[in-house]
Design a protein around this ligand. Structure first.
Ligand SMILES: Nc1ncnc2c1ncn2[C@@H]1O[C@H](COP(=O)(O)OP(=O)(O)OP(=O)(O)O)[C@@H](O)[C@H]1O
Ligand SMILES: [Mg+2]
Length: 447
């Protein structure tokens, strides 16, 4: 939040005086002398607050407010008026003003109102952010699977969830690390407690410290006002540090101290803030290697990995695939407004034998694609990507030879067509047959 103000007034002296005063106070202030100029700036600069005179030549105050409110519906508009009659004030509010100031301006009132509007906007943004987090958390924390490793994970969550201990979740990409973090949070605290997820790899390096711990106004260029950090936003709940290994090594002692002392020091601040935050972290790297190469501090590792939950790759628990597929299809049916009923036997065999380097997320993506492509209620082998179908090593023992050959021929032609992007000329050349034969085989095999 930078505190950009748009000031609209046709009186040159008044406008320039107020604008330089506001700039002196540390705000960015654009000044406009007419309604048209104000509108142009409002659209290109996205101000945080609009301060507007009510009496302008050529346009009524209410009309100006209405136009500005339509252009920037989220921006508070404070009108400045010399003659505050009940009628003009009511008119301004009807048009979309959020507050008013009387001329001659009392500077303290002006600054107070500007601060209050900015605070209000910041809280609104924060609230939107938190609501999004909460609704995501409400997306369900069911962990599907009956294999031994996944049962062990569920047991651990039930045992560790209600405590306040830090947890480190490890596992390949797409194995469900974030899901487990949300499940731990749901098991541990009341449902109103915040769950704040932050991806250490996605934050710009020079902003991570102020994002996590907040900063005081003036702490660095561009720090126009105090900003609360994610630690403070997560107070009373969980802070999920995703891709923990990407946290710059010079910040790791500060994180260690925040966890150990349960207090933080905002950038540029002089007073610590007490916090009560549970830390859950995730990584798809092997932390031991990172420690050996000094990219990760061992003391921080010990502090976070009080409990470690290692998620198994999907290929090590293939017996969970049918149940996962049913679960994911039901969830996708809701989201995609489809009514897919399940997976055909042959397609399930493909799903059970695929390598799944992207784990459950890849399975979800494959199912989503199939559900969008298929015209049937059951996902068939033809709805799966060719490279997956090609991984099927074993044939169906209940097929007679003729059907087995047909099934193979069908798969092979499909695969070649996929690699030529559906170009039949090219596919027939690769298959060593002419195009009309290919066309006939495709019709016979219902391709
Ligand atoms: N055991 C499971 N039961 C149900 N859904 C699962 C399970 N494991 C993973 N998923 C689903 O798979 C998807 C990927 O999970 P998630 O985002 O938690 O993985 P991740 O390990 O954080 O991945 P990445 O390393 O790529 O960030 C999500 O949609 C999640 O709901
Ligand atoms: Mg993740």
């Amino acid at each position: 939040m930078t505190g950009r103000i748009l000031l609209v007034d046709d009186e040159d002296v008044f406008r320039e005086d107020i604008a330089s005063l506001l700039r002196h106070e540390g705000y960015v202030c654009e000044a406009a002398a007419s309604g048209a100029e104000a509108l142009r700036i409002a659209q290109s600069e996205a101000p945080d607050i609009i301060l507007s005179d009510m009496v302008m030549p050529g346009i009524s105050g209410a009309e100006l407010v209405r136009t500005l409110a339509a252009a920037c519906p989220e921006t508070p508009i404070v009108v400045i008026t010399a003659h505050a009659t009940v009628e003009t004030t009511v008119e301004a509010f009807r048009a979309g003003a959020t507050d008013y100031l009387l001329k001659p301006l009392v500077i303290d009132d002006l600054i107070r109102k500007v601060e209050r509007c900015l605070e209000h906007r910041r809280l609104q943004a924060e609230l939107r952010f938190l609501r999004k987090q909460v609704s995501l958390a409400g997306g369900g924390t069911t962990i599907v699977g009956t294999s031994r490793p996944i049962q062990a994970v569920r047991d651990l969550i039930a045992r560790v969830g209600p405590s306040n201990s830090s947890v480190l979740i490890t596992g390949e990409s797409g194995t469900g690390k974030e899901l487990v973090a949300r499940a731990l949070h749901a098991a541990g605290s009341n449902e109103r407690a915040p769950f704040i997820a932050v991806n250490c790899a996605a934050l710009p390096r020079d902003l991570i410290e102020s994002e996590l711990f907040g900063h005081m106004r003036g702490a660095f260029t561009g720090a126009m006002r105090d900003k609360r950090g994610l630690f403070e936003l997560a107070n009373g709940g969980t802070l999920f540090l995703d891709e923990l290994c990407e946290l710059p090594v010079e910040l790791q002692p500060k994180l260690l101290r925040a966890i150990e002392q349960q207090e933080i020091l905002p950038v540029g601040g002089t007073r610590v803030i007490r916090t009560n935050v549970r830390i859950i972290a995730a990584t798809n790297r092997v932390l031991r290697d990172e420690i050996a190469t000094r990219r990760f501090r061992e003391d921080l590792y010990f502090r976070i990995a009080v409990v470690e939950i290692a998620l198994p790759p999907l290929r090590d628990r293939r017996e969970d695939i049918p149940m996962l597929a049913d679960f994911l299809i039901a969830r996708l049916n809701d989201r995609l407004k489809r009514r897919v009923n399940g997976v055909a036997h042959s397609a399930l065999r493909v799903l059970m034998s695929a390598p799944w380097r992207g784990n459950v997320r890849e399975l979800e993506n494959v199912l989503e694609r199939a559900m969008l492509l298929t015209n049937n209620e059951i996902i068939g082998i033809e709805d799966l990507p060719a490279e997956l179908a090609g991984t099927l090593a074993t044939s169906d023992p209940s097929d007679d030879l003729r059907n087995a050959v047909r099934a193979y021929e069908r798969e092979h032609i499909r695969h070649v067509l996929a690699t030529t992007n559906g170009n039949r000329e090219e596919a027939s050349r690769r298959l060593g047959i002419d195009a009309s034969t290919l066309y006939r085989r495709m019709r016979d095999l219902a391709l």
